[in-house]
Ligand binder design. Structure first.
Ligand code: NAP
Length: 252
């Protein structure tokens, strides 16, 4: 485990799933964690309680992303509690939105607003707060290196944030701020609840994964925690596959 004591982290979408696991892990490593969420007050409170019960420090920030004033709302609440920031994890996202035939212009705009525009402007707003040597980590998806027809608009958003990471790594390096991206594969969270309830789907996805199971949120949190740690100080502009080797090729 890394020592993040004295550091402050902001994790978006931290009330459930991967974001919650990231918040719990960074807090266990010693960071004060701002647990951002969109609307599920009970889940956010539960995340904060779990962190505090484990001896960590956290507070919740409610701000729906993808609506006018979203970034203002988020940073008004963050600024009430913290003067600076060391680790920004852009994790919140709308899930896969269906095949092209079913994607409306409104749905397309919405998914880009939540998954691309919000992380970009959260990072823009965070820049004056981010201390030198800080960390920016964005959660993308393994789906950017494969082709899943039911996820086209979603995957387009994830490709956009991967490019954002690489270019901003080059922009922020002079301040020793690293910018990296983590790509989970199929992971057991609410985002996949309905899919995983379809008989045979979990076994099928595990069968497409070199390590022979689907991911757990803590698996992704470990990758994020590594990139947040001092050990990752020389890694920037990188896309780290945290999928257990999903869809690497035929397993004959
Ligand atoms: P999840 O379980 O559905 O949790 C989503 C989190 O994001 C919640 O805390 C939710 O807060 C917040 N959120 C969603 N939309 C929001 C919005 N418009 N405004 C503010 N907050 C919002 O998701 P997950 O599966 O953990 O996914 C986390 C990240 O991993 C995402 O970037 C996702 O694309 C990526 N990913 C996941 C998988 C997977 O298999 N699960 C695979 C590849 C990549 P509220 O509940 O309060 O709204």
């Amino acid at each position: 485990m890394a020592d993040l004591s004295g550091r402050t982290a902001l994790v978006t979408g931290a009330s459930r799933g991967i974001g919650r696991a990231v918040a719990e892990r960074l807090a266990a490593d010693g960071a004060l964690v701002a647990v951002h969420y969109g609307g599920d007050d009970a889940a956010a409170a539960d995340t904060v309680s779990a962190i505090e019960r484990a001896g960590g420090k956290a507070f919740a920030i409610r701000a729906e992303l993808g609506v006018d004033g979203d970034v203002d709302t988020l940073f008004a609440a963050f600024g009430d509690r913290c003067a600076g920031l060391d680790i920004l994890v852009n994790n919140a996202s709308s899930g896969p939105a269906g095949p092209i035939e079913e994607t409306t212009p409104e749905a397309f705009d919405r998914i880009f607003a939540v998954n691309v525009k919000a992380p970009f402007f959260i990072l823009q707003r965070a820049l004056p707060l981010l201390r030198d040597g800080g960390r920016v980590i964005t959660v993308s998806s393994v789906s950017t290196r494969i082709a899943t027809p039911v996820q086209t608009s979603y995957v387009m958003t994830k490709a956009a944030v991967e490019v954002m990471g690489r270019t901003l790594a080059n922009a922020l390096g002079a301040r020793q701020i690293t910018v990296n991206t983590v790509t989970p594969g199929a992971t057991d969270t609410d985002m996949n609840k309905e899919l995983f309830e379809v008989p045979g789907v979990t076994a099928y996805l595990a069968g497409q994964t070199a390590l022979d199971r689907i991911g757990r949120p803590a698996d992704i949190a470990a990758a994020v925690a590594f990139l947040a740690s001092d050990d990752a100080r020389w890694i920037t502009g990188h896309v780290l596959d945290a999928s257990g080797g999903m869809y690497l090729g035929p397993r004959l």
